[in-house]
Design a protein around this ligand. Structure first.
Ligand SMILES: *Cc1c(COP(=O)(O)O)cnc(C)c1O
Length: 608
């Protein structure tokens, strides 16, 4: 049985039971059954499943791990965390997150005005609200209004000009002043795909000289007591802990020196986000080389060491990790609707009474292939096919011959794979590069896993069923956009094998896991495919219930989004129907209705 690396990336969120992958919680429903039930109610196409218990799990883990680390080291600061809204702003995700965070006073981080409005309207009263990113005066005013409304808000300045705006707004507005945080520019950097967020060349933060200037400005304007936090962020999906430790040493020393310079209310070191999660399906290529436990104890240990050495109080540790909290709660399920080689069946052969010699040879290879010669015959077949395609290009064989050669080669490949099924994987891997099966899948890579397109980030993927059978087809995955980038190619370093399935007989779904962070809002409408239907699944001890369904947008809504006028579109279509000589008068009503049905459906393939 192939486990698709579930023991590496799965974090016990999912388990394989018999032939299916199941949610590893309470009644352990199978994903396949959940999806089938939803589809039986009439929803076809890709589905995004949300599991709120997995949001809770991550929040609980973060707080428990830090609290343990504090206890072990006898650390006197406190631990606080906020969720960075840019990771996932959808209400059907955010509301369960806020609920799960209440016992901990878990807060929110906003990076834009729109996110700040979400935070101001939804945050748990008293929970911390931090504001990062570039801010104009309006945004700072919004922050002051938020403080007036009673929120525990910290405005993190990214540059001296923002501090100047704060000074201006503070002089103008009465009432409480928000806490002020300062983002520091570190000389140490992150690592991995997202490293540009940290480091001396990062677009954010104050240099040490600017920091001194900021201290003077704060003092002169009587705002020093509102300065409570220093902040840094070394980039997302941190791959090694050593970079964080370097950054912490730098930040810890800055913190201690600022305290000594009179920043008496400076209490918090905010490490930003970056806590990574494991996406890999192959243990030889891990993405993350540390655990949450290491992250928590190393952080605590380093900051404690600096505080002791410099004889200042131990800072409160504040984090803004988002990916770690959100990624695992969502699974994208996409139906396979065709195996590309299905069309190469024996039925389609059109052998002539006399065929070119190479085709006769292919035919023999197919007849006489057995376990002892499978690999050799398979290589011969691929060679023959290449020669035959050259002959076709030169005009020596015709289209019927070419079709026969392609069919025979595919038949040989399939037979070889079947014969080699129980052999050591080495023999299969020798041929896998040449003979991939294309799985056509009813979803859009651009819409649902844009980080694959943009950053070559691979997400764990596995079939939801047939897990008691050995998968033998090396697979490349093709989406339904008309774009050659809409393909997840076969990677022989991290090979994906899928099953041979007869899709007329059974459904075959692929699950893409850990897609709950960033993917939804980054998703693109390429070819006008919109968000898939989203179902929130509450797993209980008796089974599960669908708490909420957000249907995929209808075609007409997509067009309206692009600023087409729906009435105008309808009118134009109706006019063509009215004027068409091919539609009889008594038929027109029915054609209107048919068109209208299309407009109200989503754009994914309907029958799969
Ligand atoms: C993006 C971002 C985060 C979240 O990063 P993750 O890698 O998702 O944890 C936190 N803080 C800041 C300032 C960010 O820009």
């Amino acid at each position: 049985m192939q486990r698709y690396g579930i023991d590496i990336w799965g974090e016990n969120d999912f388990v394989i039971k018999k032939d299916k992958v199941c949610v590893n919680y309470l009644s352990s429903p199978a994903l396949f059954d959940i999806v089938t039930a939803i589809r039986n109610e009439g929803t076809k196409g890709p589905l995004l499943l949300r599991f709120p218990h997995l949001i809770r799990k991550q929040i609980d883990a973060v707080y428990a791990t830090f609290q343990n680390a504090f206890k072990e080291l006898n650390y006197s600061g406190t631990f606080q965390a906020v969720f960075p809204l840019k990771v996932n702003q959808y209400p059907d995700f955010l509301l369960p997150l806020i609920e799960a965070g209440k016992p901990y006073n878990y807060g929110l981080e906003a990076g834009s005005k729109a996110e700040l409005i979400i935070a101001m309207s939804h945050i748990t009263p008293g929970a911390p609200l931090t504001v990062n990113g570039f801010k104009d005066k309006e945004m700072i005013e919004l922050g002051f209004l938020s403080a007036k409304m009673g929120h525990n808000i910290t405005l993190t300045i990214e540059g001296i000009n923002e501090l100047e705006s704060i000074i201006e707004v503070a002089a103008k507005m009465k009432g409480p002043i928000p806490n002020i945080g300062i983002r520091i520019k570190l000389h140490s950097t992150g690592s991995g795909l997202w490293e540009k967020s940290g480091g001396i060349n990062s677009k954010f933060g104050l240099t040490s000289t600017e920091l001194l200037e900021a201290m003077e400005l704060l003092k002169q304007n009587d705002l020093l007591d509102h300065f409570t936090m220093i902040h840094f962020h070394i980039g997302s999906q941190m791959t090694q802990i050593s970079n964080l430790k370097k950054a912490l040493r730098e930040a810890g020393n800055i913190y201690a020196d600022l305290l000594k310079m009179g920043a008496r209310n400076l209490e918090n070191i905010n490490l930003g986000g970056g806590l990574g999660i494991e996406y890999t399906q192959n243990e030889d290529y891990p993405e993350i080389t540390y655990s949450l436990q290491e992250y928590a104890s190393d952080t605590t240990f380093v900051l404690q060491g600096i505080a002791r050495a410099k004889k200042v109080r131990e800072p409160h540790i504040f984090i803004e990790s988002g990916r770690f909290i959100a990624a695992s709660h969502a699974v994208l399920v996409a139906p396979v609707f065709e195996l590309f080689s299905e069309e190469y069946s024996q039925k389609a052969l059109r052998l002539k009474p006399e065929n070119p010699p190479l085709i006769e040879e292919l035919h023999e290879l197919w007849q006489y292939i057995d376990t002892s010669n499978a690999l050799e015959y398979l290589h011969d077949a691929v060679d023959h096919l290449n020669s035959l395609l050259t002959l076709f290009d030169l005009g020596y064989i015709d289209l019927i011959d070419r079709s026969n050669s392609e069919i025979l080669t595919h038949l040989i490949i399939k037979k070889a794979i079947l014969l080699l099924r129980d052999k050591p994987v080495r023999e299969l891997t020798q041929i896998q590069d040449k003979i991939q099966e294309k799985y056509l899948i009813n979803f859009s890579i651009f819409q649902s896993i844009p980080d694959f397109w943009g950053l070559a980030q691979r997400f764990p993927v596995m079939p939801l069923s047939k897990l008691d059978t050995k998968p033998t087809r090396s697979a490349s995955l093709w989406d339904i956009t008309c774009d050659s980038d809409g393909e997840i190619d076969f990677d022989s370093k991290k090979p994906l094998f899928l099953h041979s399935v007869d899709l007329d007989q059974e459904d075959y779904f692929l699950g893409f896991f850990k897609v709950g962070a960033y993917q939804e809002v980054l998703g693109m409408k390429h070819n006008l495919f919109t968000r898939p239907t989203v179902a929130t699944v509450e797993v209980t001890s008796e089974g599960y219930s669908i708490k909420e369904m957000v249907k995929s947008d209808a075609l007409i809504e997509i067009l309206e989004d692009l600023n087409y006028n729906p009435d105008d579109i309808r009118e134009k279509l109706y006019q063509s129907i009215r004027q068409s000589p091919y539609i009889a008068a008594d038929e027109k009503q029915q054609v209107y209705r048919q068109i209208e049905t299309f407009l109200e459906e989503n754009g994914y393939l309907k029958t799969f």
